[in-house]
Design a protein around this ligand. Structure first.
Ligand code: NDP
Ligand code: MG
Length: 382
């Protein structure tokens, strides 16, 4: 039995991870779950998977949940300390981090210190602190197994090959709900239009990131750290069918692609079973049904977030932290209808412009910069 701690179990990746586990109950044991505030969903998950411990954000909610669970042998913790305590439980084989945003950073670092392998969906961890996370993972001999479909694809395309033979990686992007639109059509776009992704059903933050193409920008940075690439080695192309999840071009001209249906359970299944290939019941790819695969250049003018991410990565140091923090706040404001669609890149650009880049950061520096940038973005609007 493999013992799994699942952080962010109530979200899109979290619930799909439980779906994968549900199909392999003889192999996996869920020892801990967590959420921020969706305690009703968490309660159902606790009753089904009977974990040893769970964590929520707020103390009051933790006490409420404890009451509801009277008679069940489950510890209910709260706050950041509660969340990191889950990574310290005995006999854990894998921590799945499906938290959204920088909130996933400290739990990731804690799992690394505890020498627990991590299946990582939480891309913001790598965007904001990729250098430190990967260095610490290496030092502690911890595997970081990517769940993000593009990075899971690249991980698979690299197996059996040598990193030094890689020319470049090609990250595919569906193009989001506004592919083919021009700037004049996007100024007054509504939240519900932006939440209507053509290919994937995901949490709200990543769905907006997909509409602005910031998601692909974050993924460029994520790829840099996961696979130790130079920025020139990371290319983005639009592939609306979302069947090829990414590719690796080698120096001999061979390009290896990973294909699968648009079902996040497939990369989740791969990451949690790695290094084994295990059968599942998910619908298999039917290429005749797909019939054609198409590719386009990204429209950098209409979707400025992608260039902002490349620019932040090019400058390096604290810039990706600033990009990530400003984006998180701007997306939240867009979802609350405080700002419009194009205010998202505008606010990120302001934050990047105003920041004095810093190098050689530790985790405390990163959290401090993240907080300062959040304040700055709020102040820019209010
Ligand atoms: P969701 O918003 O659906 O779920 C987020 C999860 O994290 C929920 O369990 C939520 O709890 C919890 N959470 C949110 N904020 C905090 C916090 N401050 N502290 C602790 N827990 C918190 O997100 P997704 O599942 O869509 O995405 C998760 C991560 O995976 C993101 O980094 C995303 O970029 C990445 N990813 C997602 C994909 C997808 O298909 N959804 C694809 C590839 C990557 P609660 O429910 O209580 O709010
Ligand atoms: Mg992705």
């Amino acid at each position: 039995m493999k013992n799994i701690v699942l952080l962010g179990s109530t979200g899109s990746i979290g619930t799909q991870t439980l779906d994968v586990v549900r199909n392999h109950l003889d192999e996996y044991n869920i020892v801990a779950l967590s959420c921020k505030s969706s305690i009703d969903i968490l309660e159902k998950q606790i009753r089904e998977f009977l974990p040893q411990a769970v964590a929520v954000h707020d103390e009051q909610q933790a006490l409420e949940l404890r009451k509801k669970l009277t008679g069940l042998n489950v510890e209910v913790l709260w706050g950041l300390e509660g969340l990191t305590d889950l990574t310290k439980l005995n006999k854990i084989d894998l921590v799945v981090n499906a938290i959204v945003g920088i909130a996933g950073l400290i739990p990731t670092m804690s799992a690394i210190q505890e020498k627990k392998d991590i299946a990582l969906a939480n891309k913001e961890t790598l965007v904001t602190a990729g250098k430190i996370v990967m260095e610490q993972a290496k030092k502690n001999n911890v595997k970081i197994l990517p769940i993000d479909s593009e990075h899971n694809a690249i991980f698979q395309c690299l197996l059996g090959n040598n990193l030094k033979d890689v020319n470049k990686v090609i990250l595919t992007a569906s193009g989001g709900p506004f592919r083919g639109y021009d700037k004049s059509m996007l100024g007054n776009i509504t939240v519900s239009e932006a939440l209507n992704h053509p290919k994937w059903s995901m949490g709200k933050k990543i769905t907006i990131d997909s509409a602005t193409l910031m998601n692909k920008g974050l993924e460029v940075i994520e790829a840099k750290w996961l696979f130790n690439l130079d920025i020139e080695q990371i290319e983005v192309i639009i592939h609306p069918e979302s069947i090829i999840h990414s590719m690796v071009e080698y120096k001999d001209g061979s390009v290896i692609a990973q294909m699968a249906n648009t079902d996040m359970r497939i990369p989740i299944h791969h990451a949690i079973h790695y290094p084994y290939r295990v059968a599942n019941s998910f619908k298999k790819l039917d290429l005749i049904e797909v019939s054609k695969l198409t590719f386009e250049k990204p429209d950098y003018y209409t979707f400025p977030c992608l260039n902002l991410a490349y620019e932040a990565l090019r400058i390096g140091g604290s810039m990706p932290t600033v990009l990530n923090a400003a984006n998180e706040v701007a997306v939240e404001m867009f979802l609350n209808k405080t700002i419009g669609f194009y205010d998202i890149p505008k606010l990120i650009e302001i934050a990047l412009d105003q920041h004095q880049v810093q190098y050689d950061l530790n985790i405390h520096d990163i959290i401090e910069i993240d907080n300062l940038v959040r304040d700055l973005v709020y102040k820019t609007i209010t």
